[in-house]
Design a protein around this ligand. Structure first.
Ligand code: PMP
Length: 351
């Protein structure tokens, strides 16, 4: 604690190392990274950008990348905003779009960064509990709102809402920005991007960290109509910041353009998810239906903390949340087939 700190800093928790351990032989299934490497074309594009390119500042508006994203999703590059990971895109949205006299709504159980950003940027918020089946119930959002944010599929449950439900939410709240965080959508969800043309209040946020295997490069983007994108640009420009460095912009562009690699790797992840789900169910686990690159599962006879602890003793890390309603669940990232086999072998010893 320091008397020099502003009051807000006292409310913030410093990063606690532990989520990203690097140990030989560790099976790391706790942060939803993709188990497969990025496209070889990404590595080639980054290599081509090193050397003399690094002497030069990057393009301040990442036009090549925004053009590639626009071509992929059938929108104009001016309707694409890019940032250093979707976390940065989210931060800009909290600052530029969600701070209203009416509150921001988001589910109570969702991505844990949302309340952190609310604290940091002074965004008043109201949480909306998941229903009994641990799903987002769109009807529960019928209340005063300046903005709404939800991940689809939700995190950490992995459950996805059908596009028709997302459209209902967006159309029922014409005066609120509705942000759909589609970090995991490529593993079986339905993207709301095609709705952007019809709804000026819809912002869809994506990341290259999961389905494009680029968590280490830090690239995310948002798609929306011009007034929403312009708000994000104004926040960014007032920091006088570059959205992406040259390596990230080059690598991300190559990743977006390699549809074959994308389809092959996400297909493998989805097939492994189906296998892992049936193996866990055979061991007595209750597994929520997942449209993400992880599963959310509990065992009726074992506490979540106990399972996570015993897996850790066997050098396997999964995510456990010490939070009411979900304290008995484990969030398990889909790994390679070998990693999934090591996980199920360990769990057979434990349960
Ligand atoms: N949204 C959700 C729902 C997430 O789970 C994550 C990753 N943990 C992010 C956004 C942020 O991803 P990134 O900053 O790597 O793009």
């Amino acid at each position: 604690m320091s008397r020099f700190w502003s009051p807000i800093v006292h409310t913030l928790t410093p990063y606690v190392p532990g989520e990203q351990p690097r140990m030989a032989g560790l099976v790391k299934l706790n942060t939803n990274e993709n188990p497969y490497p990025p496209s070889p074309k990404v590595l080639a594009a980054i290599a081509a950008e090193t050397g003399d390119g690094l002497r030069l500042y990057p393009d301040p508006v990442s036009l090549k990348l925004r053009t590639a994203i626009g071509a992929l999703h059938d929108v104009d590059p001016s309707e694409v905003f890019v940032g250093n990971g979707s976390d940065e895109v989210l931060a800009h949205a909290f600052m530029g779009l969600f701070s209203h006299d009416r509150p921001l709504l988001f589910p109570d159980i969702t991505y844990s960064f949302y309340p952190v950003y609310c604290g940091l940027y002074g965004v008043r918020h109201v949480t909306v509990p998941l229903d009994d089946a641990m799903q987002v119930g769109v009807d529960d959002y019928r209340q005063p709102a300046g903005a709404i944010i939800l991940p689809n599929p939700n995190a950490p449950t992995g459950s996805a809402l059908p596009l028709a439900e997302i459209e209902r939410l967006v159309s029922e709240h014409p005066d609120a920005v509705v942000a759909i965080d589609e970090a995991y959508v490529d593993f079986g969800g339905e993207s709301a991007i095609p709705l952007v043309k019809r709804y000026p209040n819809l912002l869809v946020i994506h990341t290259l960290s999961k389905s494009r295997s680029l968590a280490g490069l830090r690239v995310g983007f948002a798609i929306g109509q011009r007034p929403l994108i312009e708000a994000l640009e104004r926040v960014k420009d007032s920091f006088n910041s570059y959205p992406l460095d040259r390596l990230a912009a080059a690598g991300a562009t190559a990743a977006i353009e390699d549809a074959a690699w994308f389809d092959e790797t996400r297909g493998k992840v989805m097939a492994s998810r189906a296998r892992l789900t049936s193996e866990l169910e055979a061991m007595g686990f209750v597994v929520l239906p997942s449209a993400a690159n992880f599963v959310f599962a509990r065992h009726p006879e074992h506490a979540g903390a106990e399972l996570a602890g015993k897996l850790r003793e066997r050098a396997i890390i999964v995510r456990h949340f010490n939070k009411p309603r979900i304290e008995d669940y484990l969030r398990i990232t889909i790994g390679t087939d070998d990693e999934c086999r090591r996980l199920t072998e360990a769990l057979r010893e434990i349960v």
